[in-house]
Design a protein. Structure first.
Length: 195
């Protein structure tokens, strides 16, 4: 008879979290098996190529080798239809949104370790219940998108770059437009969004 256990790969570069997460899963869930713990992009891709069955990948977003390289891996895995849960200590809205846009099916902060088992089971059953760690960012993004529908494409470009902290001069250079045009778009989006 085939092994019915849920097969999980943990991608984590910190030995403390490697130990804590894998031990917690194996102690608390006899139907979930951590089949591999890896700490880099290259090793994840090796495991994915080698393993016949991977049900869920728990993906640390910020592996030490490169900043936010976990998001890139999520995108690669999602193209292969491998379910990935972002597991991180980063709370920034932009990183949460990027994770989902890259194909993560959930986002859990490492401090919510006790919710990992339920999230793994939900992923395997196809019930993607977004964890509360990510809900605020997703709702914020939806509200922002609704507001942005009022803007022209040019105003949106300026709005997004200004939100990232670029000056009007930098935006003009990046978009190959005059400073006055950028100033006009900036004034226009602020008026439309009552800023």
């Amino acid at each position: 008879m085939e092994d019915e256990n849920i097969k999980v790969v943990l991608v984590e570069d910190d030995p403390f979290w490697q130990e804590n997460i894998s031990t917690y899963i194996e102690k608390e869930a006899n139907d979930i098996e951590v089949i591999s713990i890896v700490d880099s992009k290259e090793k994840v891709l090796e495991v994915v190529e080698k393993e016949r069955q991977i049900d869920v990948v728990l993906m640390d977003i910020n592996l030490t080798e490169a900043n936010l390289d976990g998001i890139e891996i999520i995108e690669m895995l999602s193209k292969q239809e491998i379910k990935t849960i972002a597991l991180t200590s980063i709370n920034e809205e932009e990183v949460i949104i990027d994770s989902f846009e890259s194909g993560a099916i959930n986002y859990i902060n490492k401090s919510s370790i006790y919710d990992i088992i339920a999230a793994i089971r939900q992923a395997v059953e196809g019930r993607n219940q977004i964890h509360s760690d990510a809900v605020g960012a997703l709702l914020g993004k939806m509200r922002e998108e609704k507001k942005l529908r009022r803007l022209t494409d040019s105003e949106k470009e300026v709005y997004k770059l200004e939100k990232k902290g670029y000056s009007k001069k930098d935006i003009a250079e990046r978009l190959y437009k005059t400073f006055d045009t950028i100033k006009k778009h900036s004034k226009s989006w602020r008026r439309k969004l009552n800023v």
